[in-house]
Design a protein around this ligand. Structure first.
Ligand code: AHG
Ligand code: MN
Ligand code: MN
Length: 341
């Protein structure tokens, strides 16, 4: 018996953004153009990542960022690619990056737009040289009305005000994951056609999980609620959670969050007492807010221990935050542990 081969119609990122199924919540044309522009920057970064040692782009750049972290050559390269590719788009008023000390306002001789773009150009820097998945995380805000000139304070908007957020994961495949407030979609890069195609739509995170992600080497430094929760995960069926847990820690937030969006889990980078005055390691504006928007759009939850990350009013551009996100029932449990201590 012969069967006819059914060719499934592939939907490109651009066609998806313009598609009819979004008419209930249509995306503004300039925002579509901006997302396409960002996706092209991510393709360029993906190419550079693929070349690696062949193009002499691995290793340290010998400089540091405002957080005091050593910059890798790829951190700087990805940052420059994003700025160059988006500065002349006419869609942005300014950009902010984990790798820049302050905001990058679009120069006066170029056309200005209504959006603010924030990014972690290369997430998972410690994995670059060992050929493990890394990524780019981005967040898009609307410029406050009539605020000219743009200043850092225009960027200090709570996460729920993001109009879009996403990341590109440079792994075995390059995958772009996106939300514009209408669920979460995943697009895989077809290198032959230089186009991202829709490969998963309406992503939903299971509410329950048996998989946690945390850097266990910091256990002795954590606060009591996190110590209790992780101890209970380790106790498995013999403990109060009554299930055996698995553990994963890639040390690239993009890869850990991607796994959670794909099959559930809980990710934690909590406050710890090594540097008690810092709320956490991860950055609110470049990492926590965009990832929290994606996680909540996929039915998960994201907190700093006490409150939902998307509700936090930022006070500084480079603010850090404690992050606990993923499958809703487990995140709610960690929230309750924080409330009971
Ligand atoms: P970045 O490379 O942008 O500085 O971010 C790294 C972050 C995050 O991706 C990851 O979850 C975490 O740092 C890993 O930290 P540890 O090395 O302390 O585990
Ligand atoms: Mn990062
Ligand atoms: Mn980074």
């Amino acid at each position: 018996m012969s069967t006819a081969k059914v060719e499934s119609v592939k939907i490109s990122l651009g066609n998806f953004l313009r598609s009819d199924n979004l008419t209930a919540n249509p995306i503004a044309k300039p925002l579509i153009a901006l997302i396409e522009n960002i996706s092209q920057s991510c393709q360029m970064i993906s190419k550079a990542v693929n070349q690696g040692a062949l193009d002499n782009i691995l290793g340290s750049a010998g400089s540091g960022n405002i957080q005091g972290e050593t910059q890798q050559k790829l951190d700087i390269l990805a940052n420059d690619m994003l700025i160059q590719a988006n500065e002349s788009s006419g869609l942005l008023a300014a950009m902010a990056s984990e790798e820049l000390d302050t905001i990058h306002v679009i120069p006066e001789h170029l056309q200005q737009g209504d959006y603010l773009l924030l990014f972690d150009p290369l997430d998972g820097s410690s994995n670059i040289d060992v050929n493990v998945s890394i990524g780019t995380i981005f967040s898009i805000l609307k410029k406050p009305q009539q605020d000219i000139p743009i200043t850092e304070s225009d960027f200090l908007q709570a996460g729920y005000q993001q109009v879009a957020a996403g990341y590109a994961l440079y792994g075995p495949q390059t995958i772009l994951v996106l939300t514009t407030g209408n669920g979460v979609q995943m697009f895989t890069l077809d290198r032959h056609q230089a186009t991202f195609f829709l490969t998963r739509s309406a992503v939903k995170i299971p509410v329950d999980t048996k998989e946690f992600a945390i850097n266990m080497s910091n256990m002795r430094h954590w606060a009591k609620p996190i110590q209790q929760y992780v101890s209970e995960c380790l106790a498995g069926t013999t403990g109060p959670l009554q299930k055996d847990f698995n553990m994963r820690w890639v040390a690239s937030m993009v890869a850990d969050v991607h796994r959670i969006l794909t099959r559930g889990g809980i990710f934690m980078y909590p406050w710890d007492q090594r540097e008690p005055n810092k709320p956490g390691k991860l950055r609110l504006m470049y990492e926590a807010n965009p990832m929290s928007f994606l996680i909540e759009q996929a039915g998960g939850a994201s907190i700093n221990g006490q409150e939902h990350i998307l509700q936090i009013q930022p006070k500084q551009l480079h603010e850090r935050v404690s992050v606990i996100l993923g499958s809703k029932n487990e995140v709610d449990r960690v929230l309750a542990y924080h409330q009971s201590f």
